[in-house]
Design a protein around this ligand. Structure first.
Ligand code: SF4
Ligand code: SF4
Length: 146
């Protein structure tokens, strides 16, 4: 990886390992989201995709995720720039919109536990969608994800 690549290169100029290193592993993009039909506003819930390991915040079906979960996000520069599906804490979204990496990001702290310590990781805060009936999702909207 090039030294402090996120400060010197645009997202579409990154090498594969640099792109991957931007993901802080928070798991927030795997939260179930609800869209307000009238306003188009997006609401995050504390319900998470059934394929997310809620302890490690890793996808248990990474290789086949786009097949098994049709609305699973394949993060791209375009998505990071144009849509609100990624949380405001996400490095892809921040860099795509001209913002800095947050101070707790593993690329700055040197440890992935800083994401948990900063309260950004979903670890310990979520429940699997396998355990929540769809008609109760509205009751699970949370404000801690922006
Ligand atoms: S929200 Fe962004 S940083 Fe967090 S897991 Fe998803 S892609 Fe990675
Ligand atoms: S399939 Fe994996 S990466 Fe996609 S939303 Fe579910 S847990 Fe997240």
């Amino acid at each position: 990886m090039r030294d402090r690549f996120w400060e010197h290169f645009a997202l579409d100029q990154l090498e594969q390992d640099e792109w991957e290193a931007l993901c802080d592993g928070c798991g927030r993009c795997c939260l179930v989201k609800l869209e307000d039909e009238d306003t188009g506003e997006l609401h995050f819930t504390d319900v998470v995709c059934r394929y997310l390991d809620t302890q490690t915040c890793r996808c248990t079906s990474y290789a086949t995720r786009l097949k098994v979960v049709p609305d699973c996000l394949q993060v791209s520069v375009d998505i990071a720039q144009r849509y609100d599906w990624l949380p405001a804490s996400c490095a892809y979204r921040r860099l795509a919109r001209g913002e800095q990496l947050p101070t707790w990001h593993p690329l700055l702290t040197g440890t992935r536990t800083s994401v948990v310590d900063a309260g950004i990781s979903v670890r310990g805060k979520v429940i699997s969608e396998a355990l929540v009936p769809e008609d109760l999702l509205e009751e699970r909207i949370v404000q801690w994800v922006r």
